[in-house]
Design a protein around this ligand. Structure first.
Ligand SMILES: [Zn+2]
Length: 268
């Protein structure tokens, strides 16, 4: 039998159309307008965004999977609209390499802005691909760049200790990375989250802002407020069933069968 034979593999329900975003171009990316001069880019797996302003382009994250396609997407939009394609500012959502690892592609004159903890963690990591943000803030900071307003806020640890909310009040948009995957369930134990209680609270923080368009950082489409609410329900179901299982499942028979293991003690 051929090792690549698939006939014995089980069938699964197809991925619903609602989970899939727009088609990518030949270079492997899609760039689209979120609202006015705010655009988003995806490679189907990762997402970032940018604003074209009279003071150059403000880039929000720089995932390395999109890499050089970020500038290609910016160029495409800049040419179409007759505006500057020069990336002058780069805002970091958090320090993780998979969302900001293309930072060093951009010129040394770019001003990098992020949370103070992001700077600390990037200094610690010493990764040449992720220059530490020179500009920092503690709890909130409002940026006015080229006449556009960008509100940054740190509400405590969640997916990572430094993950922030980026609210664009004049574009009806909110960016919060690695919490909700619109159209999909979270992966790898709540999206590789370091602080689960913070992760569970983060969607409500996002919903406390006024916005219509959600940039979640992953997969191929933007999100809606309904996507956030569905994610909350999903996580609440998991939390409730986990608590119930902890209280009701008798693990004695597992200990009896599999022998002494001091780790999985039942709760008193
Ligand atoms: Zn992350």
């Amino acid at each position: 039998m051929s090792t690549t034979g698939t006939t014995t593999l089980p069938e699964y329900a197809p991925v619903p159309r609602s989970a899939i975003g727009p088609a990518l171009n030949e270079q492997g990316y899609f760039v689209g307008r979120v609202e006015r001069n705010l655009y988003w880019i995806t490679d189907g797996s990762y997402q970032c965004a940018f604003l074209t302003t009279s003071d150059g382009v403000v880039l929000l994250d720089a995932p390395p999977t999109i890499g050089h396609n970020i500038q290609r997407a910016v160029d495409e939009i800049a040419v179409a609209n007759g505006v500057s394609n020069k990336v002058r500012y780069l805002i970091y959502s958090h320090h993780h390499a998979d969302h900001v690892g293309a930072s060093s592609i951009f010129d040394k004159n770019v001003t990098r802005i992020g949370h103070e903890e992001t700077r600390k963690l990037l200094l610690r990591d010493g990764d040449a691909a992720r220059p530490p943000n020179e500009e920092t803030f503690q709890d909130t900071r409002t940026l006015e760049i080229g006449g556009e307003r960008i509100e940054l806020a740190w509400h405590g640890a969640n997916h990572s200790p430094d993950n922030i909310i980026i609210h664009l009040p004049d574009h009806d948009a909110l960016m919060l990375i690695d919490i909700v995957n619109p159209g999909w369930a979270p992966v790898f134990l709540a999206n590789l989250t370091e602080d689960i209680p913070g992760y569970l609270e983060a969607p409500a923080k996002a919903l406390s802002y006024p916005w219509k368009h959600f940039i979640g950082g992953h997969l191929g489409r933007l999100g809606t407020r309904e996507d956030i609410a569905l994610h909350q329900q999903y996580m609440a179901d998991i939390a409730e069933s986990s608590r119930k299982a902890l209280d009701t499942v008798d693990v004695t028979r597992y200990f009896v069968k599999y022998g002494n293991n001091p780790l999985p003690q039942p709760r008193p």
